[in-house]
Design a protein around this ligand. Structure first.
Ligand SMILES: Cc1cc2nc3c(=O)[nH]c(=O)nc-3n(C[C@H](O)[C@H](O)[C@H](O)COP(=O)(O)OP(=O)(O)OC[C@H]3O[C@@H](n4cnc5c(N)ncnc54)[C@H](O)[C@@H]3O)c2cc1C
Length: 431
């Protein structure tokens, strides 16, 4: 079988690597316009470098399991930092709340010590690892290819790109832009499949901490003033580097396609945002992180309404195009990597092209509840951060984290793609 993958982001690239494991040939197409050898070489395999953009992402056990299956875990672990604790503070750094994330993962059923501690990794570093793996597997990547239309027949799928070129395959893994009213998306997934802008823009800085004499004790820390809707977070990704993210409500939307692309006027943005943080009264090292950032990228925060299926015919959605969620619980990429793990297990079990619709039906059946759960948790966390009084909100968070830390309430059950897929297949066979 041949797959067209529209969108070569973190989940799209991981999907290509997974499909390669089960002998499905895929080609990646991304709207990002990069001048690189793939274009001039007619799409011959080259490692496409999407450049340095974005900040840090946290990945916990179920995502690490998928990376292990794909043979990428060791490289990812070597390029990341363990994030044993998550810390919350009031905006000035007082009243700490500490979540023992590694213990909670163990309590949720992760038995492998190597996977119990979540990691923080630079988004661009992770993307690089994935694109290199695609390159090694001979997976072709074309950039400057914005998907604009999709036609399905009983035997295949035919897509067109904005530059007038086209591609054909047995199925489409669509990172069909979820932030726009793309007519194709509406036709396939219905009028309500458009993500809503939440009004929040994340400004993500990356800073050389050691070089700038910045001491960052915590690997993962959130600073909050609920009543004023102020939120800033810091993430250590190595002994040398860290990310700082400030969320604002009054900034204009980045131009489409420019998300995660660093601001071109760095001195202006770093001064503006660091002054804002000083105004909020954040600890000095947090303000310094923003002021000294060597790049800052904007990310508009969208929330996609819950979809009732993640596929239609020969089009299947993975990652943010299926369940784009607000980032407050750090679950977006993790949920996307689980999508990939499930798709991989399904194709392992059903390799015959005639079973494609069975694979995609089961995929939706397994992934929709999981995607909705993660999106719901993310919305709850955003509500926790942005509504209610500062004192009561912080107290309630403290109570919630106490319950998780002491295993009095479970955060969830560790998710294992092969187990979930096997149970679903057994369920179908039993009927
Ligand atoms: C501030 C912030 C912090 C986050 N932190 C975390 C975290 O700690 N942990 C976590 O698990 N998740 C986190 N997330 C979420 C995570 O970044 C996303 O879930 C993840 O990047 C989704 O991957 P994706 O491949 O689906 O989409 P993306 O990585 O956004 O990639 C989509 C790709 O599709 C391309 N594209 C779009 N439209 C088209 C088109 N029409 N034609 C062709 N190509 C197209 C784009 O150019 C892009 O390359 C965070 C998100 C934000 C904004």
């Amino acid at each position: 079988m041949r797959a067209i993958i529209a969108g070569s982001g973190l989940v799209g690239a991981t999907t290509a690597i997974a499909l390669h494991q089960v002998g499905i040939q895929s080609v990646l197409y991304d709207q990002v316009d990069l001048v690189q050898a793939a274009l001039s070489s007619g799409g011959a395999p080259v490692a496409v470098d999407f450049g340095d953009s974005g900040g840090s992402v946290m990945l916990a056990s179920s995502a690490l399991r998928v990376l292990r299956t794909l043979g990428l875990l060791d490289e990812v672990l070597a390029s990341s930092l363990p994030s044993t604790y998550t810390n919350w503070f009031k905006i000035n750094g007082s009243a700490p709340i500490v979540m023992d994330t590694a213990k909670i993962n163990k309590d949720c059923g992760e038995t492998d010590p190597a996977l119990q501690t979540p990691i923080q990794i630079l988004r661009s570093k992770l993307h690089n690892i994935l694109m290199q793996a695609c390159h090694k597997a001979g997976i072709r990547t074309f950039t400057g290819k914005k998907l604009v239309s999709v036609n399905q027949t009983s035997t295949g799928v035919f897509v067109q790109f904005a530059d007038g070129t086209s591609a054909e395959g047995d199925f489409l893994v669509g990172r069909m832009v979820f932030t726009q009213q793309l007519p194709t998306r509406r036709q396939i997934f219905g009028e309500s499949s458009k993500a809503e802008f939440t009004g929040v823009i994340g400004h993500i800085g990356v800073v050389k901490t050691r070089l700038n004499n910045i001491t960052l004790k915590e690997t993962c820390a959130f600073y909050l003033e609920r009543e004023k809707k102020q939120l800033v977070c810091t993430f250590k990704v190595s002994d040398e580097l860290a990310a700082v993210q400030v969320m604002t409500f009054n900034d204009p939307l980045p131009v489409e396609g420019d998300e995660y692309r660093p601001y071109s006027d760095l001195p202006k943005e770093s001064t503006r945002l660091a002054d804002l943080l000083a105004d909020w009264g954040v600890p000095k090292h947090v303000e310094a992180m923003m002021r000294k950032s060597f790049r800052i990228s904007p990310a508009a925060i969208y929330d996609l309404p819950d979809l009732s299926a993640y596929h239609k015919g020969r089009v299947v959605l993975v990652g943010d195009s299926a369940h784009g969620m607000v980032p407050n619980a750090g679950l977006g990429l993790l949920t996307g990597l689980e999508d990939v793990g499930v798709l991989l297990e399904l194709f392992r079990n059903f390799r015959n092209p005639q079973d494609l619709s069975k694979v995609l039906d089961l995929y939706s059946q397994l992934r929709v509840p999981r995607g909705q759960d993660a999106a719901g948790k993310s919305r709850d966390m955003a509500k926790q951060y942005y509504t209610g009084s500062s004192t009561i909100g912080h107290f309630l968070l403290r109570v919630g984290i106490f319950l998780f830390n002491h295993n009095l309430v479970k955060y969830g059950k560790v998710y294992d793609c092969p187990t979930d897929v096997a149970a679903a297949i057994n369920g179908v066979q039993a009927k």
